[in-house]
Design a protein around this ligand. Structure first.
Ligand SMILES: [Zn+2]
Length: 469
């Protein structure tokens, strides 16, 4: 499997630190508003990377944070007259709803910056002790960039160029810095802001230190893949590398993956242009599966343009997949022949060829556009070869392949049958009756039937409880 590594600017063979396991960190959103479709791109892309790694049999520890202390959150809290925590908690919940709609799996851990302050203070202290950081009179702590000789290795910038660029930008309030390149690790509180006590001053962490600390805590000093949008390469990821490698004396991440940006109608998404689109707005018009399809139908390292036309064609294309899956399901249920014929066995083996094509595309730096092309070839194959004469086993075999490939991409080919609360309660009541009548076979049958629909029963002292899986 090859991954394009921003660090080396080339595709490299993926070799995990530990066999069979992948440690992956993806920078998450700052939670002060509903997420927009620019935030959605890395969520969908790296969820797909994770799904493919899992499909390949890796155990993936996937960590993605919520930045819940930030100027924008504080500003919004002041505007609404509520606490910063209320704002961040509200938008974490909303973000999770959008993620579920896009079929993005919850991370193994979703740490929140405000819950990890102790770790940040401890890492900053280590950096101070090692001479990589220093506090100035007002209690601000800065990272001493020039002391880390490899600074700039991810963004491929050299220190001299950075220096001249920064001199022009130097802000008068930052005079206390030893060097214009130095960045903030800890800053003093301002009136009305959330703050924590530290050895340097009452204040709060800088943004970059948050990810270094959360990655270290939940994944360890060395990780396999660190990912995010390409706008994070500099300075955010460059600074994360500086902090983590100077603190831990280890290579922070082996592979750095970045998705390209998303434009709207060929223009950059910006507040001033008023062309911001939230995922929630899209969901009012489309199933979010369509948005997912749209994102995957381009290579993640290519800029992507969002337009109404492209969403319409994504919707139609996705329907071709779900309609084919629906037909296969129907054929499977209605077929009179059960067993595979010899001819069908051959065709089924032929269909496996599309799996190979799909995998080849994904192995080549997650080329989801080509992987989707393989899915469409399979759809065409199914539409041609699965007919009214086909056996149930054949229709089922092709359907299984289609569902499996779609699942890797996080696309739902066959919607689970919805079961209503009332139906569940009725079946539970029937099961209770069956048990009373000592008809345990029927009781078990009902339990299995519910389980197949994703309903888990639990017998407790207070009676039967159930939940959706
Ligand atoms: Zn980050």
């Amino acid at each position: 499997m090859k991954i394009f590594n921003t660090l080396t600017r080339q595709k490299e063979e993926f070799v995990p630190l530990e066999e069979g396991k992948v440690k992956m960190y993806v920078c998450g959103p700052t939670v002060y508003n509903l997420i927009h479709i620019g935030n959605a791109r890395p969520m969908i892309i790296f969820d797909t990377v994770r799904r493919y790694l899992e499909y390949k049999g890796y155990e993936v520890n996937y960590v993605s944070n919520f930045t819940d202390v930030d100027d924008k959150i504080i500003k919004k809290a002041i505007e609404e007259g509520v606490s910063a925590e209320e704002i961040s908690q509200r938008y974490i919940e909303e973000c999770k709803k959008d993620m579920a709609g896009m079929n993005v799996k919850p991370a193994t851990t979703h740490p929140q910056a405000t819950q990890e302050i102790d770790g940040m203070i401890s890492m900053i202290q280590t950096l101070v002790d090692k001479g990589y950081a220093y506090a100035v009179a007002d209690g601000t702590v800065y990272f001493r960039v020039k002391k880390f000789k490899e600074y700039g290795k991810l963004s491929h910038k050299n220190l001299d160029d950075l220096q001249s660029g920064f001199r022009a930008l130097q802000v008068s309030g930052e005079d206390q810095k030893e060097d214009p390149l130095d960045f903030v690790l800890w800053k003093p509180k301002k009136e009305g802001e959330p703050y924590w006590t530290s050895p340097w001053c009452d204040g709060r962490p800088g943004w970059h230190i948050e990810c270094s600390v959360m990655s270290k805590k939940y994944l360890g000093d060395e990780i396999d893949i660190h990912a995010g949008g390409e706008d994070l390469i500099f300075p955010h990821h460059e600074n994360e590398i500086a902090q983590s490698e100077c603190c831990n004396d280890k290579i922070f991440a082996r592979y750095w993956m970045h998705n390209a940006f998303l434009n709207i109608d060929n223009r950059k998404m910006s507040k001033s242009l008023g062309n911001f689109r939230t995922v929630r707005e899209i969901s009012e018009q489309y199933d979010l599966q369509v948005l997912r399809f749209f994102m995957l139908n381009a290579h993640y390292r290519s800029p992507l343009n969002f337009s109404a036309d492209l969403m319409e064609s994504s919707k139609n294309a996705l329907e071709r997949i779900t309609e084919a899956a629906g037909r296969l399901k129907d054929r499977k249920e209605k077929a009179s022949a059960v067993e595979l014929t010899e001819a069908e066995k051959k065709l089924l083996a032929e269909a496996e060829g599309y799996v190979k094509k799909f995998e080849e595309a994904m192995e080549d730096d997650f080329n989801t556009a080509d992987a989707l092309a393989a899915v469409f070839e399979l759809v065409k194959f199914a539409n041609t070869n699965v007919t009214e004469e086909s056996s149930a086993a054949f229709a089922e075999g092709i359907l299984e392949i289609l569902v499996k490939l779609c699942d890797v991409l996080g696309l739902v080919a066959v919607k689970k049958e919805e079961i209503l609360d009332k139906e569940i309660e009725d079946l539970i009541a029937e099961r209770q009756e069956a048990r009373k009548a000592k008809n345990f076979a029927r009781a078990d049958e009902i339990r299995d039937e519910l389980l197949a629909k994703g309903i888990i029963l639990k017998d407790t002292r207070e009676g039967v409880k159930w939940k959706r899986a």
